[in-house]
Design a binder for this molecule. Structure first.
Ligand code: ADP
Ligand code: 5GP
Length: 203
């Protein structure tokens, strides 16, 4: 006599200032935890070298983005540093219904919007060790010019003020420690009774 457990999916929101290491952490987390599916966002920005359509983003033009917006196809959407980004609602809803753990790597505006809409989610804010370390990371990444970097740093100062709206925070100083802290949060959250109910069946 035992039980068959069908878990319900978890909506995992990872957010934080630009350059804090979200993308780096998400790649590591997903490599170690195959139960997590990445929510591939739609964006109007151009692909960077090495980025793949349908893997990193769905790259669309303004007209297509406007069409999706008008059709209410986004769970959330935001303009981030002059480009538009949106989370396609249907892929998230379908994955959660299928019991998958869905990960959103989205900016703080989008994260707060999802938190207001969704009834069940796990929200994690990624902090840099310091603003000076954040500046170094933005320069080292080499994707933005100095003026843009200063703009992202000013945004970061505002974004960290909302940290208490998130359930968890991880300081991304030592990368290995931050990855293991993320895994601990995800593993604990997987064991919440809400993810087992009401689908425990007798075999
Ligand atoms: P985000 O996705 O939050 O914008 P990235 O993942 O692109 O940030 O990381 C920004 C830069 O910081 C990258 O060059 C990345 O290699 C580096 N980085 C990420 N985590 C760490 C860390 N723990 N220590 C030092 N550098 C890091
Ligand atoms: P990048 O252009 O560097 O990949 O991402 C810029 C910012 O946009 C990052 O903070 C990233 O988390 C955020 N972002 C990516 N996809 C989405 C999305 O669908 N919605 C929102 N609100 N932000 C997103």
């Amino acid at each position: 006599m035992g039980v068959i457990v069908k878990r319900t999916g978890m909506l995992l929101i990872i957010s934080g200032p630009s350059g804090t290491g979200k993308g780096t952490l998400v790649k590591r987390l997903m490599k170690e935890d195959p139960s997590i599916t990445f929510s591939c966002s739609v964006t109007t920005r151009s692909p960077r070298i090495g980025e793949i359509e349908g893997v990193d983003y769905h790259f669309v033009n303004d007209a297509e983005y406007d069409r999706m917006l008008a059709g209410d196809e986004f769970l959330e959407h935001a303009t981030v540093h002059d480009h538009r980004y949106g989370t396609p609602r249907e892929q998230v809803e379908r994955a959660l219904a299928a019991g998958k753990n869905m990960l959103l790597d989205i900016d703080p505006q989008g994260a707060l919007a999802v938190m207001q809409k969704a009834s069940d989610y796990v929200s994690i804010f990624i902090l840099p060790p310091s603003f000076s370390a954040l500046r170094v990371r933005l320069h080292t990444r080499n994707t933005d010019d100095p003026v843009e970097i200063e703009r992202r740093l000013r945004n970061a100062h505002k974004e960290v003020l909302n940290i208490c709206k998130y359930q968890y925070a991880v300081i991304n100083d030592d990368l290995e420690l931050a990855v293991s802290q993320l895994q601990s949060i995800v593993n604990a959250e997987k064991q919440r009774t809400i993810r087992f109910c009401p689908t425990i069946l007798e075999d």
